[in-house]
Design a protein around this ligand. Structure first.
Ligand SMILES: NC(=O)N[C@@H](CC(=O)O)C(=O)O
Ligand SMILES: [Zn+2]
Ligand SMILES: [Zn+2]
Length: 427
């Protein structure tokens, strides 16, 4: 099957932006040429649109197996392509956790049958994510996990974390850490500060994150493991990561779209859709996270797509589940709050949402001849009002509901197949 994408502005991921045409054949980018003529295949008119490499999300919760009422591999990847993502790496906090080769194979089998996007797996660091016993990393590596993480269940025991990193280094597996010192975050449900005091909710202090960022940096330094800090949310963490990079520690980091666009003030009103780990922080933190992206301290924007049911969220704030369903709004949030405000360019967005995560996960990316045809076409100026009820995700839990955002996904092409087209359900 052939597809030709005509007259779009191509941001190829190699800092070479130009107006041209792309020919896709047998799932591969076959030619990029301004003089390409129509072929006997599908012609997509991308005039006035941007043609980008497919987004890569290195932090997605697909919930299957075990929490299919929140999301499944099918609905989560349907949401992914409607958000412009062609590859997602799924976190292991499922039930059972992704802590053995059997669970990885199970996910791969379902993804092969049902997924709209490519699914990579992240294995657990400890069995059942209990923070007690290491998983069999060599087996996980053999079945293709891209990284290890106990996301959601931070490993409090430093000795154990050091052993995880020592073995992780042996198998050259990326260590993705959710940095939260439970003894400091305690019963907290939002950022600890003026707002939490005013509205009477228990706070999570910034040092709950920073203590663990610092510890994990020290352990990565001594073991030589490759460390990736998940969902960085504070100014102090940015400073610690910056210093670690200066010292040559093998470290990368990500931020979420919500942590670089919203602040703790949103919690006033008790909308449980603002509740996530890490919590929405202060304006000073937001500024520092964006500076971190710009100066290269932070490498990646990852969604931490964390779908929950209405039942999980329709409870008092303190009891609601942590997490935001974010994969369908990620592009427009980053476009609205960063690109349209002149803080970063669309080329930068491609760097944070395609290039860097693909490099860290060691998968091909970018629009160049011979690469898999993973392509997202966007209208960067189109405004729309978010309607969570229309999400493909089962999780309608978004703090952006009914907000006006700029930028819409027009097409998402995975391995040369159109997996999403705006206004048209592709089932
Ligand atoms: N981010 C969240 O608030 N929740 C995540 C877990 C996590 O990423 O820590 C979830 O699985 O629901
Ligand atoms: Zn986490
Ligand atoms: Zn997560």
């Amino acid at each position: 099957m052939k597809i030709i994408i005509k007259n779009g502005i191509i941001i190829d991921g190699f800092r070479n932006t130009r107006k041209s045409n792309i020919l896709i054949e047998n799932g591969i980018i076959k030619a990029i040429d301004g003089s390409l003529e129509a072929v006997d295949g599908i012609v997509i008119n991308a005039d006035g649109k941007y043609v980008l490499p497919g987004f890569v999300d290195m932090h997605t919760h697909l919930r299957q197996p075990g929490f299919e009422e929140k999301e499944t591999i099918k609905t989560g990847t349907h949401a992914a392509v409607s958000g412009g993502y062609t590859t997602v790496a799924c976190m292991p906090n499922t039930n059972p956790a992704i802590d053995s080769d059997v669970v990885v194979e199970y996910i791969k089998a379902i993804a092969k049958r049902e997924a709209y996007a490519k699914v990579l797996t992240i294995g657990a660091m400890t069995k059942g994510m209990k923070g007690e016993e290491l998983t069999e990393m060599s087996k996980l590596k053999d079945v293709g996990v891209k990284a290890l993480s106990d996301d959601g269940y931070p490993i409090m025991n430093s000795g154990l974390m050091k052993r995880v990193m020592t073995y992780g280094k042996m198998y050259d597996l990326l260590m993705i850490t959710h940095c939260e010192d439970k003894s400091l975050s305690g019963e907290g449900v939002m950022n600890n500060g003026i707002v939490s005091t005013m509205i009477g909710l228990k706070g999570i202090p910034h040092e709950a994150e920073e203590v663990m960022v610092a510890r994990n940096i020290l352990l990565a330094k001594s073991t030589g493991a490759r460390l990736h800090i998940a969902h960085v949310s504070t100014k102090g963490s940015v400073e610690l990561i910056k210093q670690a990079k200066c010292e040559g520690v093998r470290i990368t980091a990500e931020v979420t779209p919500h942590n670089i666009s919203l602040t703790e003030d949103m919690v006033d009103g008790f909308d449980t859709n603002t509740k996530a780990y890490p919590p929405l922080r202060t304006q000073e933190d937001v500024v520092s996270l964006i500076e971190g992206l710009i100066d290269g301290t932070i490498d990646v924007i990852a969604t931490d797509h964390a779908p929950h049911t209405k039942k999980d969220k329709k409870v008092p704030y303190s009891q609601a589940a942590f997490g935001i369903s974010g994969i369908e709004t990620a592009f427009s949030v980053v476009n609205t709050y960063l690109v349209k405000k002149g803080k970063i360019t669309l080329e930068d967005l491609v760097n944070y949402m395609c290039k860097k995560p693909a490099e860290i996960l060691n998968i091909p990316t970018g629009i160049k001849i011979g690469n898999p045809a993973d392509i997202t076409i966007v209208d960067a100026d189109k405004e729309y009002i978010v309607d969570a009820e229309k999400f493909k995700s089962k999780g309608k839990n978004t703090p952006f509901n009914r907000k006006r955002l700029i930028g819409q996904i027009e097409y998402t092409i995975v391995d040369g197949k159109i997996m999403y087209k705006k206004d048209e359900g592709i089932e």
